[in-house]
Design a binder for this molecule. Structure first.
Ligand code: GDP
Ligand code: MN
Length: 389
């Protein structure tokens, strides 16, 4: 789960990470009030679009204002704009919230991030003197410029690790205390809040010699959601794919993709191999959809509805292994669901497992235009042929 920059900064602040003063605004009036309260005129403020995607600066979603009039003009321009960045896709994202915060005098922009390294099973700090720009580009072109420190979960961050990073980044003595607060604050927040990714890009050294987290990106680990009821308030459904929200209500794992063959599968591994084999036969999957091991008729119906709500879908491949649920039960669910929603696109069904013969004959006798397939290969070929790809 992703959260907004202003929410990430509030959380970082709670853990002692230095962040600029600022507040969220949902309207130009609110933005004006925050800018006044911060004392715009005597100092600069920054007006920042709050969307979950990065790259806002380049897209025109981050503007500096020296006067109240400027702050109002920037707020009017950014609020309600469709911001297009390299992370939003070409359709962009509508800006509904702003962060108005104190400006600062930047001496240098650093990168500071934290992620779980799955190879070592340890939270890993990544830091670089090349902040502000795309860290992926730095990693690709000059990987030696990314410093790393692996944190031992038993001992937490070692002082030697903080010192090492501090010297390797070439930070001045004046920033020592702030840097310590950044590292320890981020690590504590990462662990206690069940994060999966932290990115402060840039972490800036100010002309006054201190550090400030100027940007803040936090992703939470959804698997820990059960112990974080407070996440509900941080969620912004406007930033999420509506079909994925609907799928989550029925405990379906659905991820929308760009192709035109809808997939309804039970089990994540089977879903992935289904997508692979569709591609192998020249088709493009429209989605990943795992209805779960014990898919009910209700879940299957909802799965069909979600798949069909994507206008690009030209056909559906159902691939179910009848293990926990027997094939005849699944066939009944597919038939009932197909009848209820009046299937308008070709439907290929491949069943395997307990009571497979009974399941197949039920599909064949249903009177519906369901193409039954013998195996996965056959099923993929049939659906690709059916949509004329
Ligand atoms: P992103 O483009 O979505 O990553 O948004 P950021 O929050 O990282 O802002 C983009 C850039 O705006 C930063 O890299 C800074 O160079 C600049 N910026 C942000 N806040 C300030 C500020 O207070 N003062 C100045 N001078 N520049 C800022
Ligand atoms: Mn940034």
């Amino acid at each position: 789960m992703k959260i907004h920059e202003y929410q990430a900064k509030a959380l970082l602040k709670k853990y002692g990470v230095p962040v600029p003063n600022g507040q969220v605004a949902f309207s130009v009036e609110e933005a004006t009030a925050v800018a006044k309260q911060l004392g715009v005129g005597d100092k600069k403020v920054v007006v920042k679009a709050q969307i979950h995607a990065g790259g806002r600066g380049k897209g025109g979603g981050v503007k500096l204002a020296g006067t109240l009039d400027e702050a109002i003009a920037h707020s009017k321009a950014i609020l309600g704009m469709t911001l297009i960045t390299h992370q939003t896709g070409p359709q962009g994202q509508l800006v509904k919230r702003l962060l108005i915060e104190d400006g600062c005098n930047i001496q240098h922009e650093y990168y500071f991030g934290m992620v779980l390294d799955r190879e070592t099973s340890r939270v890993t700090i990544m830091a670089s003197t090349e902040g502000g720009m795309d860290i992926e580009e730095v990693a690709a072109k000059t990987p030696e410029k990314i410093l790393k420190a692996q944190i031992d979960p038993a001992t937490g961050v070692g002082d030697y690790q903080i010192n090492q990073l501090f010297f390797d980044l070439g930070l001045p003595k004046s920033a020592a205390k702030d840097f310590r607060n950044v590292v320890l604050g981020c690590y504590n927040a990462y662990v206690q809040e069940d994060a999966s990714l932290f990115e402060i890009n840039p972490l800036v050294l100010t002309k006054e010699g201190g550090l400030l987290a100027l940007d803040g990106k936090i992703n939470f680990d959804d698997n820990a959601g059960f112990r974080h009821p407070e996440w509900a308030e941080l969620r912004d459904l406007d930033e999420e794919e509506p079909t994925e929200i609907q799928a989550a209500k029925f405990e379906l794992s659905y991820v929308k993709l760009d192709g035109n063959i809808g997939c309804l599968v039970n089990g994540a591994g089977l879903a992935m191999s289904t997508m692979d084999i569709i591609k192998h036969h020249g088709g493009e999957p429209a989605n990943f959809l795992d209805v779960g091991g014990s898919a009910s008729q209700e879940a299957v119906t909802e799965g069909f509805k979600i798949i069909l709500s994507d206008p690009h879908v030209k056909g559906i491949l159902v691939n179910i292994f009848g293990g926990i649920m027997k094939c005849d039960v699944i066939a009944a669910a597919v038939i009932a669901a197909a009848k209820q929603i009046q299937m308008t696109v070709p439907l290929v069904v491949r069943l395997e497992g307990t009571n497979v013969d009974l399941g197949k004959s039920m599909l064949n006798d249903s009177g519906l235009a369901i193409v039954s397939a013998d195996d996965l290969n056959d099923a993929a070929q049939k659906i690709v042929k059916a949509i004329g790809a």
